[in-house]
Design a binder for this molecule. Structure first.
Ligand SMILES: Cc1cc2nc3c(=O)[nH]c(=O)nc-3n(C[C@H](O)[C@H](O)[C@H](O)COP(=O)(O)OP(=O)(O)OC[C@H]3O[C@@H](n4cnc5c(N)ncnc54)[C@H](O)[C@@H]3O)c2cc1C
Length: 453
């Protein structure tokens, strides 16, 4: 079996709150989703003495579909989180081979690194626990009702109710309702959590199934690609640590990188049509790699065999490019961060940086208008926190999202990419100028546009 499963001495992080404590506590914030966005917001709020519960439908560590590259923004945000040194050991990336049918070029990289999501996400969850947050894995949240909070507080609009179920328990006994002053949705691309504005009762009408009132749906870009990915065993291909290979074809693109534990991470963004024409992810990835590399010499690496790609276990995402409302619910107590708030195709490998940065902005907005000693927060302050989050998010991300959309559009034309690569091989300084535009990095000595000045 070539598909590799994560073997590590890192053991599962146990829950720190029982179901009983979780339901009986009036939380200042319940954070849903323990990816980088959710864990980072939990760390920041817990460090300011807020009562925080971090829930996820999975346990930690868990595998996650991702290219695993940390952009300079992600590295800066991780530094800002002050994770004790030695806890995270990303592998610095020093070169990327961009390849399209008709040519390839190695381009030097700086201030980027790669790290498996098992390692990154579980370290951040452990940091959230160390900061004082409680951790409850195995809870799949289905709805948040802005008028379904603490029975004493809901009438005044002072809390929200979070409805979920324990994934490991049979249905009639698995329901759980959490009460919090605010909910932070960090459920990633798979966010399907219903936002309900006032079911008018402290008890859901059809507990544990929420009343059907879908509101505030996400907007998905037309023809958005979907993500697929897997990890392959160490020996699946020759690829030096610190090197990244990106193959750009007509129906999508695919990245390969060696993780810190030797496995190969494969992540791709693929047209839905190619996926169905190729009878699934393995066929689609094989077609991309054949289209790009058949007939051209491989420079410094080999490719995984068709057999290795066929037997691998793939994960997939819903359509990638989308946006949702940053603040939801009629009382404005539901915030979205990370992929749940908005996302653009991942060629530029910036999603984790965006998730970490949006969680910082969200936490800053909550803490500025909602200091822990003033609970429950008055509704005017809650609205002010939402306004501040929207404003700072837009200021930070508008240009990044626009740049990534332009990159994503250009990548639909492998001829354009091949032309760019041809030029890059002849005029190398062009690569140095273009790469920061592609991956959003900043030349040394320049201010980081996303940092507070
Ligand atoms: C093909 C591909 C390649 C990528 N490559 C890169 C890259 O190289 N670099 C980079 O920076 N980014 C990359 N990204 C993007 C990156 O993976 C995301 O941007 C990042 O994971 C977002 O973090 P998040 O915390 O918002 O969400 P996630 O990391 O998706 O975390 C969401 C969490 O919420 C949990 N959850 C979901 N629904 C529920 C629910 N209902 N109840 C409870 N829990 C729930 C999930 O179990 C999960 O743990 C890539 C994405 C794709 C698709």
């Amino acid at each position: 079996m070539i598909a590799s499963h994560w073997n590590s001495s890192r053991s599962i992080i146990p829950a720190t709150a029982s179901a009983e404590i979780a339901t009986q506590t009036r939380w200042h914030a319940v954070v849903i989703g323990a990816g980088p966005g959710g864990a980072a917001v939990a760390i920041r709020l817990a460090r300011h003495n807020m009562r925080v519960l971090l829930v996820d439908r999975d346990s930690m560590p868990r595998p996650k579909l991702c290219g695993c590259c940390l952009s300079s923004m992600a590295l800066a945000e991780l530094a800002d989180l002050q994770i004790p040194s030695g806890k995270l050991r990303p592998v610095p990336l020093n070169a990327v081979c961009v390849a399209a049918a008709g040519g390839s070029a190695w381009i030097a990289m700086e201030r980027s690194a790669c790290l498996s999501r098992e390692s990154l996400d579980s370290t951040l969850v452990q940091q959230a626990i160390d900061a004082g947050a409680h951790w409850l894995p195995g809870v799949n949240v289905s709805a948040i009702d802005s008028a379904l909070g603490d029975p004493h507080a809901w009438a005044l609009g002072l809390s929200v109710g979070i409805l979920g179920r324990f994934v490991s328990q049979p249905l009639p006994f698995s329901g759980i309702v959490l009460h919090a002053e605010c909910a932070v949705v960090a459920a990633g691309l798979a966010d399907h959590i219903r936002i309900q504005n006032g079911s008018g009762s402290a008890i859901p009408r059809r507990f544990p199934w929420p009343a059907k009132r879908p509101l505030e749906r996400r907007q998905t870009a037309l023809k958005s690609r979907v993500g697929v990915g897997t990890t392959l065993a160490t020996e699946a291909m020759d690829l030096e640590s610190g090197k990244l290979v990106m193959a750009v074809a007509r129906g999508g693109y695919c990245g390969l990188v060696r993780l810190e534990d030797g496995r190969i991470d494969l992540a791709a963004a693929i047209d839905r049509r190619l996926l169905s024409d190729s009878a699934g992810p393995a066929g689609a990835v094989r077609r991309i790699l054949h289209e790009v590399f058949d007939g051209q010499p491989l420079d410094g690496f080999t490719l995984p065999s068709d057999d290795a790609l066929t037997v691998a276990t793939y994960r997939a995402t819903p359509p990638l490019t989308h946006r949702s409302s940053l603040v939801a619910g009629d009382t404005g107590r539901i915030f979205r961060v990370g992929d749940a708030a908005g996302y653009v195709e991942p060629f530029t490998g910036e999603g984790m940086g965006w998730a970490l940065a949006s969680s910082r902005l969200c936490a800053e907005a909550i803490l500025a208008h909602w200091p822990p000693r003033v609970h429950p927060a008055d509704p005017i302050q809650v609205v002010a926190a939402g306004d501040r989050y929207r404003r700072t998010y837009k200021r930070l991300f508008a240009s990044h999202h626009a740049r990534c959309l332009r990159v994503a559009r250009s990548l639909r034309s492998p001829r354009l990419v091949a032309g760019g690569l041809w030029l890059t091989r002849r005029v190398p300084w062009i690569a140095r100028g273009v790469l920061p535009l592609l991956i959003g990095s900043v030349a040394p000595g320049h201010a980081h546009p996303w940092r507070r000045q």
